[in-house]
Design a protein around this ligand. Structure first.
Ligand code: NAP
Length: 640
């Protein structure tokens, strides 16, 4: 059986191959050539990628080098085709490391190699699926799992439970899968992590039509994956979990749900929350009332025709940044109320289609798609964390928190300034006054600032004072006429799992137990809440790189390892020791206090709670989080 990663056989003509090579990532192409030819000397040749940087897929190679690489690759590919596209010989680990370093044009520290080997999946695509320990365990008749939510992480948990032969039910409040990708249908919605990495590691990624796909395509992807693994047969759609209570006597969770058939109770031996961190829209309470149509971006009212209308959009975060360019052509006028300016990172390929040559390479060239995933992932892995780390000796902390953070500020500033050479007024409004990377840095191909310079678009650097029937009065007292009001004001972030009531041992209410400090051991488990697992839980959000799908794959593997420990040991319950949970929380918070996200110099930052503490984000390196969640250390747990 031919390995999926080895690529599909092909018999394209010489001309077709030459045409395809015009459009590919050259560093990725050359390592694929090593697989095709078995000739590792390619890595020591004259063409060498010159460094790793997010969104740089050509390794800073000159046109001359690219031309030389295409010539070399053409000969290798033609020969490979003429040999009938055989399955490549395995490459040994030391050569893989050399290939890693070649692709990104930089050293890859030894500690990253095992994680990246797993991501690459050259020998076996999906090593994360197997955590059972192969002990021949049986699943007791009374054992089943309820998963709350069929978004990206709930779907992943369902796939893993299905693969392990463990019965499960998914309860989903929406009428379809996708979670955030189901809810956010606003114009311009697209992913801002490269799609060839923002997808499950074990599913092919050769189909994306854009490098940063739009919402419908991502929703289609999750729907297709759900069907492929038969998860849809296990989902209760349009059904909401309102609460769950632990029953000590039977060691089960009693789960209250409300759906099309009314209220009901489900029972399960384990409960997985996969509700996401960004699912409850935040609409600020503002005095006054507006008479026209008004909606939050996550509840976009597609029945409202914006053609020729005066639209006021409140908020200009990651969402507003995508909405404005998408509607500016249609509306009569667009006024954006932006309380705080955003840092943005240059990404010329943000709206680019994946060309036919690239798609061909992703499908056909051995391991090309896997190496392309690596090429996107590695630079976004832990490098960003360094720029987010506070150097206490650095001054002034109001503008940057370290030398490298200051460098990021300078780079982002230059990018913004380069787009507005003749517009000092607008420049003053869009240049942030807080350290770079303190909030989630936005991907930018110039469309945001181009939109703001249009005659029918006005950026107002102000908040909202009150609403009137026909408009909005901003915090400076200026009224802006509106036919339609769009709240692009983000999500209730610091109340994870709201509005559900989850009661553990002794009736303890999880959200009361957490108060303003939500936490979980490794972001997943909580003492007194046996057999309960959070996905994308407290302390797992990423602000400096990586992808939430990668994090979820770690969390789901860990959750499965806990469940397998239960089954293998014939135990009834598993929960973390209080001392382990407290220690992890204390260490995480100590680490978090050294990060720019907790900086007191940012006036508004949804990552922070009212006390300025950050509980949603992961302060650790991805390589550490990956390592800690690879297996479960049963010494950390109480098993009964
Ligand atoms: P957000 O980043 O929280 O932005 C909300 C905006 O509303 C900010 O401009 C905020 O101003 C403003 N705002 C909030 N309350 C306000 C008030 N009372 N008065 C005036 N302005 C107010 O929310 P978001 O844009 O929806 O993004 C949330 C997260 O979703 C992102 O960080 C990201 O993780 C994710 N996201 C991802 C993508 C993607 O991958 N493509 C797209 C969209 C969102 P301040 O900045 O002053 O608080």
């Amino acid at each position: 059986m031919r390995s999926q990663q080895a690529g599909l056989r092909f018999d394209d003509s010489d001309d077709e191959i030459r045409a395809a090579l015009e459009d590919v990532s050259i560093p990725t192409l050359l390592v694929s050539c090593v697989h095709m030819s078995g000739d590792a000397s390619i890595l020591d040749g004259p063409v060498r990628p010159g460094g790793a940087m997010l969104n740089e897929i050509q390794g800073y190679l000159s046109e001359e080098d690219k031309l030389a690489a295409r010539e070399l690759a053409f000969d290798v590919i033609r020969d490979y085709r003429d040999r009938g596209c055989p399955e490549p010989e395995p490459v040994d680990q030391s050569l893989v490391k050399k290939m890693m370093e070649f692709v990104v044009g930089a050293a890859v520290a030894d500690e990253y190699v095992p994680m990246m080997l797993e991501e690459l999946g050259l020998e076996r695509l999906d090593t994360r699926a197997d955590v059972s320990g192969n002990t021949g365990r049986v699943v007791p008749d009374d054992f089943s799992v309820v998963i709350i939510g069929c978004g990206m992480s709930g779907l992943l948990a369902a796939i893993r439970l299905g693969q392990a032969g463990i019965p499960y039910v998914v309860v989903e409040k929406n009428a379809g899968p996708g979670g955030t990708w189901y809810a956010n249908t606003y114009p311009g919605a697209r992913v801002d992590v490269g799609n060839h990495f923002y997808c499950y590691s074990f599913e092919p990624s050769d189909h994306w039509t854009e490098y940063f796909a739009r919402q419908p395509e991502i929703l289609e992807y999750f729907t297709a994956v759900m069907r492929k693994y038969g998860v849809d047969e296990h989902v209760r759609w349009s059904t909401e979990v309102t609460g769950a209570t632990w029953d000590d006597e039977t060691s089960t969770w009693v789960i209250d749900v409300g759906g099309p058939d009314g209220r009901e109770t489900l029972r399960a031996r384990a409960l997985i929350s996969a509700v996401g961190q960004l699912s409850t829209p935040h609409v600020p309470e503002v005095p006054g009332s507006f008479a026209g149509p008004a909606f939050h971006t996550a509840r976009w009212d597609h029945g409202v025709d914006l053609t020729g209308k005066d639209v006021v959009m409140i908020g200009a975060g990651a969402t507003g940044f995508q909405v404005a360019p998408a509607i500016a052509d249609t509306v009569g006028s667009l006024t954006v109320l932006q309380r705080t300016a955003q840092w943005m990172f240059p990404n010329p390929g943000y709206h680019e289609p994946v060309g036919s040559g690239m798609q061909w390479a992703l499908r056909h060239l051995p391991f090309y798609a896997r190496w392309f995933r690596f090429l996107i992932f590695f630079p976004s892995c832990d490098a960003g964390l360094a720029a987010a780390k506070v150097d206490p000796a650095w001054e002034p902390q109001q503008t940057s928190v370290s030398e490298i953070n200051d460098f990021a500020r300078m780079m982002f500033t230059e990018w913004i300034e380069s787009q507005l050479p003749d517009d000092p007024d607008l420049l003053a409004k869009v240049l942030p006054d807080y350290p770079a990377t303190a909030k989630r840095t936005l991907q930018d191909n110039g469309s945001w600032l181009r939109t703001l310079t249009r005659d029918n678009v006005d950026l107002v650097r102000a908040g909202v004072r009150h609403l009137e029937a026909d408009g909005v009065v901003d915090s400076e007292g200026t009224k802006h006429h509106a036919d339609v009001l769009v709240w692009s004001t983000g999500f209730a972030y610091n109340e994870p799992l709201a509005p559900m009531t989850i009661r553990g041992r002794g009736g303890v209410d999880l959200r009361e137990h957490w108060g303003t400090r939500p936490r979980a051991y490794l972001g997943v488990t909580v003492p007194s809440f046996p057999n309960f697992f959070c996905l994308y839980g407290p302390g797992t959000n990423l602000a400096s790189g990586g992808s939430i799908i990668f994090a979820s794959e770690c969390e789901v593997r860990y959750t499965m390892a806990c469940i397998e420990a239960l089954l293998n040991g014939g135990h009834r319950t598993i929960e973390p020791k209080l001392s382990v949970y407290d220690d992890y929380y204390d260490r995480s918070q100590a680490e978090m206090r050294t990060m720019v996200w907790a900086s007191p110099h940012i006036e508004h930052n949804y990552y922070q709670n009212d006390d300025g503490e950050v509980h949603g984000l992961n302060p650790w390196r991805l390589v550490d989080y990956w390592d800690w969640t690879r297996t479960v250390d049963l010494d950390d747990y109480q098993l009964q």
